[in-house]
Every structure is written in structure tokens, then in C-alpha cells.
Design a protein around this ligand. Structure first.
Ligand code: DGI
Ligand code: FE
Ligand code: FE
Ligand code: FE
Length: 187
């Protein structure tokens, strides 16, 4: 989809702050796609729509998870996880995006999963390191991203898991699977 058209669609769905974040994810994802040989247009579209469902009411998201028979464990874990699979569903239903690679990159951008594709990894990492992000460790993650995609991902998912543990929060199984998968594959 045309970049301006896609941006104008998503702008209506999210706050100004989240829109600026989205522009940062888009720029970062395109740069990572160029660097690591992914489809830059798919990276652009996935990034633009990755947080499409971020501000949907929890009840609406819960209903979609139940009706569309998404992993029922989602309902027991942090609702912050829901906007990713629900977003993949809604951009197909409401915007008409059908490319399964783009939909997966949106679906797994928060949790990760076993067997992340190159595009999944780029969107996950771009979301983590875009220029507007400010948290301890983000500078290291940005540097690693220019050296090795998988090293940057191990660093990022480890940081996320440690953050969740430090706050006494649950860790959704796909996030643990993503971490283990990266380690077992040699990172
Ligand atoms: O939507 P964004 O804020 O741009 O970023 P995101 O989609 O990566 O959401 C990350 C939030 O989700 C972050 O505050 C941590 C929270 N979260 C809660 N449980 C989990 C989780 N993140 C992961 N990866 N795994 C969890 O189990
Ligand atoms: Fe998100
Ligand atoms: Fe993320
Ligand atoms: Fe995001």
C-alpha cells in the first residue's frame, strides 16, 4: 500500500505520541530491511500497521480473541499482549491487508515466537529500538542492531524478560520460546 495512504489510515486509530512512535518504527524497519536483505516495502507496511489495535477497548479485543479462537492463554496473560494478534486480524478485516508475512510480523511483534521470520525479527527489533524509545539498555540494543540482528534480538528479549521478572509479571510462553529458540540456534 502507498505509504501516505497507510499512514493516514493508522493515524486515525492511535494517539499523536503513538503515531510518532510508528514513524520511528517505520524508518528503523526500512533501514534494518535494507541492511539485512528483507523486503523493504513489506517492512514499511508491517511497521506502519504494527500498533493499529493498540487503543481498542479491552472488551473488543477479548471478544475477538475468543471468537477468532486465538490462543486462549492470551486471556490469562497481560492485556498488553493482545493488540498484536488482534491488530493482525483487524488490519485484514478493516484495511484489507492480506499478505501473510505482513500479518505475521504484526501478530508476533510483541511476544515473538519460535521460528521468527526475517520480517518478524525486523519489526520486533525496530519496535524496540526506534529513535523515540528511551529505557536502560536501548543504546546497546541499537549498536548491536548494526552488528548482528540475532545478537540484538537476544539482548532485547532478555532485557524484556528481565524487566517483566523484576516487576513480578508473567512471561507469555511465546516470549520464552522466542528466547530459547535464539539461544539454541547459536546466539
Ligand atoms: O506496543 P508497544 O508499546 O510499542 O510495544 P510492544 O507491542 O512490544 O509491547 C510491549 C509491552 O508488552 C511491554 O510493556 C511489556 C509488555 N508485556 C507484557 N507481558 C509480556 C510483554 N512483552 C512480552 N514480550 N512478553 C510478555 O509476556
Ligand atoms: Fe505494540
Ligand atoms: Fe516490542
Ligand atoms: Fe510499537
Amino acid at each position: 500500500m502507498d505509504q501516505n495512504k497507510a499512514l493516514s489510515i493508522v493515524k486515525k486509530q492511535i494517539t499523536e505520541k503513538r503515531y510518532i512512535h510508528t514513524l520511528g518504527v517505520m524508518e528503523t524497519a526500512i533501514q534494518l530491511a535494507e541492511k539485512y536483505g528483507a523486503d523493504t516495502k513489506k517492512a514499511e507496511t508491517s511497521a506502519i500497521f504494527h500498533d493499529y489495535a493498540k487503543f481498542r477497548p479491552l472488551n473488543e479485543m477479548r471478544q475477538i480473541i475468543v471468537e477468532q479462537q486465538f490462543d486462549p492463554r492470551l486471556l490469562q496473560f497481560n492485556p498488553e499482549l493482545w493488540h498484536a494478534p488482534v491488530g493482525a486480524y483487524l488490519v485484514q478485516a478493516e484495511v484489507g491487508i492480506t499478505d501473510p508475512e505482513i500479518l505475521d510480523a504484526i501478530r508476533y511483534h510483541t511476544s515473538g515466537r519460535i521460528g521468527m521470520t526475517l520480517l518478524d525479527k525486523i519489526i520486533y527489533l525496530a519496535d524496540y529500538i526506534e529513535p523515540g524509545r528511551m529505557f536502560p539498555g536501548v543504546e546497546d540494543a541499537r549498536e548491536l542492531a548494526q552488528i548482528s540482528l540475532d545478537k540484538a534480538l537476544v539482548y532485547s528479549v532478555r532485557n524484556t524478560i528481565q524487566f517483566l521478572l523484576s516487576r513480578n509479571q508473567t512471561v507469555y510462553p511465546d516470549t520464552i520460546d522466542f528466547y530459547n529458540d535464539l539461544i539454541m540456534k547459536g546466539e
